[in-house]
Design a protein around this ligand. Structure first.
Ligand SMILES: Nc1ncnc2c1ncn2[C@@H]1O[C@H](COP(=O)(O)OP(=O)(O)O)[C@@H](O)[C@H]1O
Ligand SMILES: [Mg+2]
Length: 346
């Protein structure tokens, strides 16, 4: 199974919402689609599912274009954020609905409903009215209904965003298990970075209708395409444009390619900074003098706040709680950054 998207563009109300998107999703791939609100994520999923008529470009499933196929004959299912369950139908009637449209036999429908309820761990819920179910259970029904026609591509538009954290984790795991079991191509729209990083083989980042980066989670974190993507994935320490005249105080070893960064802003993740009391020679580090001004203790880590000396910038360094005893507010330290942990953009 392969899904190839070529030069896909969508114009709504004379505005280009999706701009020449190109994407090749591999067989069995789980892709997280990220991007700010209004970037075109829902429009993209709807276009794949055939719910937007005025699309240009091509969508190929197994080397065959599905662009001209109507929504119901594409092997693509969507679970929307609002689920869109039929409130007056019970669980079985909801799940059976797309199978009835396909004119499947009653016996086959019964069997498949049972098997799907088993998949989403709602055994025996056939006759339950939708309004009697919890939010998490309703999501399972929506998921079962999406899988009822045995799609090859499953699209999920932030379906778990209304759930509390433990339930969201559980649903994420359930979807991933089903993704593997049914050998699907899955595209999950989420704004939860952890959810994206946890399950996705790759992350596609959409911004203003452009796919600005498609890469594995680690690369998006360590090598974001631009400052916007970088900040979306968590805090970045920044250092203003390095000028020729600032080379010296930067203390970057002459052997290190400081020239690479002249004229650029550079960024460093708070977990990629090492703090030392003593200044040591190092040929592979950016070394910055800084004063510890305060720190914030989070349940998982401590965020040390430093004022860079010779610069107006403030930097964060994330450490584990047990290391906190090594630090004193008001004292000066040296911040070390490995050359390969420096992020810079043109
Ligand atoms: N039917 C429509 N007609 C005109 N503009 C639309 C329509 N649907 C969405 N848009 C616009 O397209 C942009 C992308 O919307 P959407 O795909 O919903 O983004 P996202 O899901 O990333 O929040 C938004 O600026 C939105 O206002
Ligand atoms: Mg949306």
């Amino acid at each position: 199974m392969s899904l190839i998207i070529n030069n896909l563009s969508v114009k709504l109300d004379h505005t280009k919402i999706l701009k020449d998107l190109n994407l090749e999703v591999k067989s069995g791939e789980y892709l997280a689609l990220l991007g700010p609100s209004g970037s075109g994520k829902t429009t993209f999923l709807k276009t794949l599912a055939g719910l937007i008529e005025k699309a240009e470009g091509d969508i190929l499933l197994n080397q065959t274009s599905i662009m001209k196929k109507p929504s119901h004959s594409r092997p693509v299912s969507v679970v929307f954020q609002d689920l869109r369950l039929f409130p007056h139908y019970n669980v079985k009637e909801n799940i059976a609905f797309p199978m009835k449209l396909k004119k499947m036999k009653d016996k086959e429908i019964d069997e498949r409903v049972s098997s799907l309820l088993n998949d989403v761990r709602l055994q025996g819920f056939q006759a339950s009215p939708i309004h009697k179910l919890s939010g998490g259970q309703q999501q399972r029904v929506a998921l079962a209904r999406a899988l009822a026609t045995e799609p090859q591509v499953l699209l999920l538009d932030e379906p778990f965003s209304g759930l509390d954290e433990p339930l969201r984790r559980e649903m994420g795991q359930l979807v991933h298990n089903l993704h593997v079991k049914k050998n699907l191509v899955t595209i999950l729209v989420t704004h939860d970075k952890r959810e994206a990083v946890q399950f996705a083989d790759r992350i596609a980042f959409l911004h203003n209708g452009d796919l600005v980066q498609i890469d594995c989670p680690k690369n998006v974190f360590d090598h974001p395409e631009n400052e916007y993507v970088g900040n979306f994935f968590g805090q970045l320490n920044r250092l203003k444009v390095i000028e020729e005249s600032r080379k010296d105080w930067l203390d970057m070893d002459a052997n290190v390619k400081v020239k690479d960064y002249i004229g650029k802003k550079i960024f460093v993740r708070p977990i990629r900074v090492d703090v030392k009391k003593e200044r040591k020679e190092s040929s592979s580090n950016l070394i910055l003098p800084a004063q510890l001004t305060h720190f914030i203790e989070y349940p998982e880590y401590v965020d040390l706040k430093f004022q860079l000396i010779n610069s107006s910038e403030q930097w964060s360094v994330n450490i584990l709680h047990q290391s906190l005893k090594d630090y004193k507010v008001g004292e000066n330290y040296w911040l070390y950054v490995n050359h390969e942990d420096i992020v810079s953009f043109e």
